[in-house]
Ligand binder design. Sequence first.
Ligand code: 3PG
Ligand code: MG
Length: 421
Amino acid sequence: MSDGIMTGIEYDDFLDLGYEPAGTELVCEFTIEPAAGMSMEAAASRVASESSNGTWAALHVDEDELTELGAVACGIDGRTVTVAYPTALFEAGSMPQILSCIAGNILGMKAVDSIRLEDCDWPESITSGFPGPQFGPSVAREKLDAGERPVLATVPKPKVGLSTDAHARIGEEAWRGGVDLLKDDENLTDQAFNPFADRLAESLAARDRAQEETGERKDYLVNVTAETTEMLERVDLVAEHGGGFVMVDVITCGWAAVQSVRERCEDHGLAIHAHRAMHAAFDRLDHHGVSMRVIAQIARLCGVDHIHTGTAGLGKLANEDTPGINEWLTSDCHGLRPVLPVASGGLHPGVVDQLIDALGTDIIVQAGGGIHGHPDGTHAGAKALRQSVEASMAGTDLETYADDHAELATALEKWGAETPR
Ligand SMILES: O=C(O)[C@H](O)COP(=O)(O)O
Ligand SMILES: [Mg+2]
């Protein structure tokens, strides 16, 4: 040991309620329930300590050998705790490393009964290490012909089990009926009943025919999710076949893999559609985990172009604040491009007007069951969805528009304006 001055690090050194975070610091907001017998101050301090450079025991360190990287618990308001992290704590451009700090051990500490990372204020010193989206909402006009209306997408159902031929045929019917994007489901990747390479080739051939027939640009969100090396090969294959997008299950494959895919997609000019399967393991409980708001922020930094953010309560999945998340995704963040939010899960033509009222028109509207469950089949279902969007864009009541749009009339007869479970 050298002869430098010894400094003590104890967890209560990490609390300073008078501290004003610097603009360069990452500021995080947590909801905390302290363990029995522990004060809010002590719990907040333990959180700041464990997520930066402290631990459960007091440490004696030679000051000459230590860079000061302690976080500061600088605000307590009821159960809300604010913690400021110095930028030097983080490796530039590594989302896994950032998350190992701010959403790491602290989620399992006995010092808190529960803890939820609710929101982050990302400084430019961190965002500058990340690429952000390549396209974001501009896909509606740069890669598709959606103009000012929402982009329309559909997932063939059943989600797995269809043959490659059936998948491509359903896609073609939906494209011809008026959707812009065919999308794979989250658990369809490269299974024997519908191999990736065959599905890619057949679906893009069907896309080309649908483009020819409709005169509109169409595309395919093919699910490349796999082990990272394999996934990058699939990205290359999509580019070779002339696709414009890939889809990635960003939570199950992990942020490091998403960062690799983002880099490869830039080489090819491909946009990334992020499916959030498994997000609810982190965000469903309102008192513990990581909020969907923070998941969406991470996705934007890592550079996805679209991400599912819920349906504002109009679909089949439990959601937190979809409008608030979407607002963050499209607001300024140190020059990062915005992300196009995706509303998906239990949507059908009868709720599109309410959806647009709640979320605006800069969204992707995805309907699987809400298209393929139409009594007259996929083609009619796609037409009904497009008609409901046209009516909403024109400010015409859906029932009135349905008077001379038979497919919409049938959809409204079947589903009305009900929200499914
Ligand atoms: O992956 C998705 O977004 C879904 O499969 C949604 O399907 P649904 O529209 O039938 O609910
Ligand atoms: Mg799905």
